[in-house]
Design a binder for this molecule. Sequence first.
Ligand code: TXA
Ligand code: MG
Length: 326
Amino acid sequence: MSIISTDISKAVKLLNNEELVAIPTETVYGLAGNIFSEKAVKAIFETKQRPFFNPLIVHIPNIEYLETIVEDIPEKAKLLAEAFWPGPITLVLKKKSIIPDLITGGKDTVAVRIPNHPTILELLNQLKFPLAAPSANPFNRISPTKAEHVENYFKDQIKMVLDGGPCKSGIESTIIGFENGEPVIYRLGSTSIEAIETVVGTIEIKNSSAERSRSQKEVAPDAPGMLERHYAPKTKTILTSNLKEAVVANKDLRIGLLTYNDILNDDAIHFKIVLSESKNLEEAASKLYDALHQLDQQDLDLIIAERLPDYGLGKSINDRLIRATK
Ligand code: TXA
Ligand code: MG
């Protein structure tokens, strides 16, 4: 029997009972539990096979709740919260002691956001506690943007996926930390840098994939969403700006193509997904993970992905594609 359901009251019951429920958000599906239940939070880490040093995002119902869990909120954090919440921005702020150490991997900060999806907002309003929710995929695998993706991963481990339809944004939230009151991007995501800069001015990207592949390695990074290999299909994947050349060079393999809007046709290509025929970066972002899930099921030797334009959400998509090739 399917574990997918639209029954919010059933989700409330399970969560009140310290069980996990996969939840829809505007970015990706999350694997959610009561932040105050040690049993539920431990189950999140175990189900995902995620290392305990990698902290979780806390999802809250409204901006007033923020003061219950964090202190010393920088001015620019308030501006960002007002501009983008509910929405795909996560703020890393100084935690109050009410937040269990298990949530934050022992850090003195906590990542928090108000998601923008009617189903999860309704759910959060019916609960007496916030929800810890990482993306609902096993560690290092492709994030889920449909209830079916989660069911395929976890049908034997959890009792329910709360169905909210396909995720509209399709890439995780943008994560912003603060250093001396100044915002810093820890993870590129569904809110573009350009949009953020209109609110707080020029912002630095720390830990971008380009930086990490040059220097750091996979040990307790600042924002472990920045682990090098992440969001990865099982099929070997390469990223290129020259599709034709890559197809010719690999023509003896069973190739799958992930393109922005290219119309390249070649006998060597067994399966192809076009992210946005009209070259719309929002559309491309919303389709990215589902495309990777589909490509990964075609029994291919190689996925060739096309690099997108390096601005707006194109930057965030390229970041995920780079990680998919590691
Ligand atoms: O869109 C999203 O953000 C989705 C949906 C479900 O809300 N969630 C998500 O969670 O992507 P997750 O766990 O897959 O990624 C959260 C990232 C991790 O890379 C984690 O390291 C980082 O947030 N993070 C959490 N707490 C942090 C903290 N205190 N300091 C720095 N990074 C933190
Ligand atoms: Mg994740």
